[in-house]
Every structure is written in C-alpha cells, then in structure tokens.
Design a protein around this ligand. Structure first.
Ligand code: ASP
Length: 628
C-alpha cells in the first residue's frame, strides 16, 4: 500500500483514512480531541482533523502510561497517538464515520498542545452560536464541520474554475491592487503614498480597465481570481473586500462570451456539487424588459412559475379606455400605469391576518395597496373589490390570471415600474413561503439587453446602468447623442436614454451572480459615452487617460464578465450570507473582530505619511491628541 499523502513524523495517516483493510497494522495519528469518554479502565477519544474522525481506545490494562496521559486530555487538546488498527466488535461500528469500522488501540499518547475550554463547542455543529463570537474566534469556528465543508467546497470551486479556463486557452494574469481609481459606482478605498506624499492609490473596485488593457496587449483570453474592494455600506451579501472571477476575451461578440461562460458554469457546477441538478441547460435567456414584465425582477428565480399577468386587456374597452368600475384600477390605467396580478396557489383560504400581512408587505415594497380575489374551493370569488367589478368581471380576471379554486389572486395597480417591482418581491417571498422551490436545484439564467443608461437627475448626467465601458448594440449606436447636439450637455430628453447595452447578467436562483458586456473598443465612441456620463474632456483624460490612449494603438473588439465567487460559493452551499463561505469576513460595520481592524495608526506612521486626523471623532483607543 502506498504511504498516505499526509504521512509525516507525526502521523502515518490522516484521521479520515483508516479502513477495515488496515486492521492489524500499526498506525500513528495526530489531531484534535473532538470528544472524550472516560469509562474508568477504558478511555475513548474521537480524534479529529479536517479529513475525518477516528475512534481511539486507550486501555489501562494495555498501557497504563497512555491511559494516564489520556485521562488528562480535554476537548480541543492536540495529541498524537500510536497503536494497532483493529476492527470494531460487530454491532459497535459507526456508519456515520468513514472510519467507523475500525478503531485505533493506542499504546502511546502524547499531548502536543493543550487548549483552554473553547468559547463554543466544535463538536455540536447545529448549536446556535453568536456570530460575533464565531468571528472573534474564527480559527475555532473553521474547525466546525459545516464551516470546514464550505471552505472545501470553495476550494473545489476555484480549482474547477481554473481548470476550465486553462483548458479553454485563458491566461491567468495578476493585476495590481495599488492603482488609480477605476469606478464601478462605489466609493474607493484609498491608500496614502509615503514615497509621494500628498498622493494616494485607490484599491481596485474591479480590474476592469486593466483587463481591457490586457486585451490591447494581445493576451486574447485573460482570467483572474481577483480581489475587489468597494467602500460601501454593508448589507447581508456585501463585504468591503470580495472575490470575483474576472475574465475578458478578444474578438468576441455577446454570444461568444456567453457560450464560453455558460459551458464553464455548467462544468464547474457539475464538478463542484455533483449532486445538485441544473434546472435548464442551455440557460434560459430573457431580455431585461421581459424579465421585469414577466417576473418583476432583473434577477428572477426561475425555479417556480407564478408569472406576472397583465390584467389591462380585461379592464379596458376596445379603444383602450379603462372600464373596470374600480376607481384604483381605472386611475392607474388612465395615467398610463399598469394593473397586474400574481396567483398564490392554495392561499384562497387566507385569513384576514394573512391578507393584512400581504398588504403590509406590498406597501413596504412601495405600492399604495394590494387588491385580492380569493377563489373559494367551490369556485365562488370573494374579495372587497368584487362589489365594484361585478361578478362577471371578477370571474374574467380570475380566469385571465389563470387561478384555480383554492387560489388567491393578488393585484397591484400603479405605475408600471412600481407594479412590477412590488409583484416581483411578493412573488419571491411567496415562492419561499409556499415552498414552491426545490432547494436542491440550480437554476441559472441570462438577462440581456439592459438599457445603457439611467438618468441621474441630481448630477444631470446619464449613469451607466452597469459598467461605464459597456458597448452599445450596433443598431443603437446612433442613439448615443444628446438632444441639444452638444455632447457635453446631456439631458433627460436625449436619444441616449433609449440605447441598449451589449450587457448580460447571469442569475442563479434569484440572485445576481455576475455581469459583463462587450465593450466599447473605439476611442471616439468611448469619448461620446463618457461625455453622456457627464465627464468633461479634462476629467476623461485624468480618470481614463491610459485606456483612451491605448485605444489609439490598436484595440481589438473585446468583452468579458465578472462573477462573484463568494456569492457563487454561498449559493452552491445553500447559504444566503457570503460570510458563511469566507474564511475571515468582516462585520456589517467593516470590522475584523479577530484581528481588531481597523485600528488607530501609530503616530509615527501618520507622520511618515504626512497625515493627521482632522474633524473626525477619534475612534475608540485612538491617541488622545491628533498628531501634528
Ligand atoms: N467589472 C465589472 C464588475 O465588476 C464586470 C465586467 O463588466 O466584467 O461588475
């Protein structure tokens, strides 16, 4: 038998390797004491490392010395044991352990290191633990089985990503972290320069400009597991630093990028989580407009139906005038808004309280109210609005919505945007609440044809909906102009507001997993797009000089995407919070509870950088006087 991969002077095997075929051999193991049971003459230890658990038995009659040592150990002590591998007695095997058919009958036990009583139990994976405590003692938290499994999953994910890219001719290139601001719409983290006092570096929000410059450099296909930094207010799924799979390809159109990325995602998903089925391959493709119209979201969860239904045709006459008889619906339609519905299966018997809760949720999401039609089990339709609509119209609406006896039809009447958004959020909530989703399934989809820009009224400029470098659909290129003709004077009336981007997002189970685009690769067009985005000629030079200049030296057509690795790993391990798949994440306020960062700098460090704090409340523990 070949020696174990893990063999060293401390061990012949890992704690997860010995099998009944090893019975009769001498072995030595090292690890942590997961559990200890003292039965007087016999002491049992479950010895753990990240590979598994092996049961150790120490018999006082065999080895008084080892028994004496074993009686001193406590949970989480680090010990080395040596002895004979033996088959367990019939009926005492442990089927939950890969090593469950054997035990190690130890004749020697050495305590390598002691441990204080840990702040929480490593051997109770389901016990609730305060997250702050987990973060402070992350090195203990990571010993817990669920965390260890997630770290391993993430490692497999990244390995599969690397393999898929190398197989497809990509070059892995590292780009620097000390750079000049590359805007992705968030605040930059700045790093003061000691050698050039008064100047700062920005940490990359993404390697966007660098990867485009690599295309100009002829790299052809680039990828990187890239760390990105964005100084944003943190929400559940945000961290100030996070990891992206960043890639860029030359001589491609949207289809070429999407085809590679889709094949890569399929391959990576199958090898990382082989037990989880992919709902649909090829991935469904929806335009941004269709996604909003049908699901009320640009990241729809396609694991269940419950599509939004437009009720306007049932509520208007042949000339398009509203005729419902219910004021709220008529007013919304007369104002050019929408009346749409979703059907909650089986909720027809919802109580007053449940209906109030749904209405409350709709209000919270921005609607003025929520109308409903409950289809009773024998088919009659109930709801306060029936008396306005009349029985016939109520029936028409229920049938247009596709509701069956026992279902509940929920209706929102508002502007199209609000109607879609509110129903989209209610849909997502009901999908989970009514258990309409199979948690095991992976449902990937593409969303395409995003608008290039949104009007930013405060700054009087167009704001790129995704990426300031995104390309425009060739047929929309002529729309990248202003109404006034002056490229530096954008206004909400500009044709540019109608332009669609060569932008694609990939979504997974209702979450945005990543996004990318085919880029603008001509200098004149990029300058036009930047001008619409409110950049003066001088600002463009200062912020984007390198890429604009590079485009004068032969830039190939190119495009790419970035996919959030943290989010991907979280979804593949059925977690909703990316902290659960990060080894050392930060808290909501950006703190590292283990290292106690951020922390006040040493006065000498500030002096060297030529900095001092002014006008800020000193953080706790900061030097009392600002250093001059
Ligand atoms: N750089 C973009 C981002 O970080 C992704 C891309 O367009 O490739 O979101």
């Amino acid at each position: 038998m070949p020696p174990s991969l893990y063999a060293s002077p401390y061990r012949t095997h890992s704690c997860g390797e010995l099998r009944s075929s090893d019975a009769g051999r001498e072995a030595r193991l090292s690890g942590w004491v997961h559990r200890r049971r003292d039965q007087g003459g016999l002491i049992f230890i479950d010895l753990r490392d990240r590979h598994g658990i092996t049961q150790i038995v120490i018999d006082k009659a065999d080895s008084a010395d080892a028994h004496e040592q074993a009686s001193r150990v406590r949970t989480e002590f680090v010990v080395a044991v040596a002895g004979l591998v033996a088959k367990r007695l019939p009926g005492t095997e442990n089927r939950r352990l890969a090593t469950g058919e054997i035990e190690l009958q130890a004749t020697a036990l050495t305590i390598l290191n002691e441990s204080k009583t840990p702040p929480f139990y490593v051997n109770e994976p389901d016990a609730p633990i305060d997250e702050a405590l987990r973060l402070k003692y992350r090195y203990i938290d990571l010993r817990r089985e669920p965390m260890a499994q997630r770290l391993l999953l993430r490692s497999r994910l990244v390995q599969a990503i690397r393999a898929a890219h190398h197989d497809a001719g990509f070059v892995e290139v590292e780009t620097p972290n000390l750079i000049k601001a590359t805007p992705e719409g968030a605040r930059d983290f700045l790093v003061p320069s000691r050698l050039q006092p008064g100047n700062v570096y920005a940490l990359p929000q993404s390697p966007q400009q660098l990867k485009q410059l690599l295309m100009v450099a002829g790299v052809d296909r680039y990828f990187q597991i890239a760390r990105c930094f964005r100084d944003e207010d943190l929400r559940g799924d945000r961290q100030p630093e996070f990891t992206q799979l960043d890639l860029e390809m030359s001589f491609v159109d949207e289809d070429a990028v999407m085809s590679f990325v889709e094949a890569m995602i399929v391959e990576v998903s199958r090898s990382t989580v082989p037990d989880r089925p992919l709902l649909r391959v090829p991935f469904p493709r929806l335009t941004h407009a269709a996604a909003l119209d049908r699901y009320g979201s640009d990241k729809p969860d396609l694991r269940f139906g419950m599509e939004l239904v437009n009720l306007a045709p049932e509520l208007t006459d042949a000339g398009g005038s509203p005729t419902s008889g219910f004021r709220v619906f008529d007013e919304a339609l007369a104002a050019g808004g929408a009346v749409k519905a979703i059907v909650a299966p089986g909720l027809g018997g919802a109580s007053r309280r449940e209906l109030d809760e749904l209405t409350e949720a709709a209000r919270r999401h921005g609607a003025g109210g929520l109308a409903h039609l409950a289809v009773e089990s024998e088919g009659s339709i109930k709801g306060p609005i029936v008396k306005f609509l009349g029985d016939d119209r109520a029936e028409q609406l229920v049938s247009a919505a596709g509701a069956s006896p026992g279902d509940l039809v929920l209706v929102v009447a508002d502007t199209e945007k609000v109607t879609n958004e509110v129903l989209g959020k209610l849909r997502a909530e009901l999908g989970t609440r009514l258990s309409l989703v199979d948690e095991n399934v992976l449902s990937y989809a593409w969303i395409t044809r995003f608008p290039m820009y949104e009007w930013d009224a405060e700054n009087e400029r167009w704001h790129a909906t995704h990426n300031p470098f995104s390309g425009v659909l060739p047929e929309d290129e002529e729309l990248l102009v202003t109404a006034t003709g002056d490229p530096y004077r954008p206004s909400p009336r500009d044709p540019a507001g109608k332009a669609r981007a060569m932008q694609y997002d990939v979504v997974l189970n209702g979450w945005e997993l990543g996004g990318g685009s085919v880029r603008i690769w001509r200098r004149d067009l990029l300058e036009r797009s930047f001008a619409l985005q409110g950049q003066s000629a001088q600002a463009m030079r200062e912020k984007f000089g390198a890429i604009l200049d590079a485009f004068d030296y032969g830039a190939p057509p190119h495009g790419g995407i970035a996919i959030g690795i943290d989010r991907w790993a979280a979804l593949l391990s059925n977690q909703t919070n990316i902290r659960e798949v990060m080894a050392f994440p930060k808290t909501q306020s950006g703190g590292d509870l283990m290292l106690e960062a951020p922390s006040p700098p040493e006065p000498e460090q500030l002096a060297e950088l030529g900095l001092r704090f002014v006008g800020v409340k000193a953080p706790p523990g900061a030097p009392p006087e600002p250093v001059a």
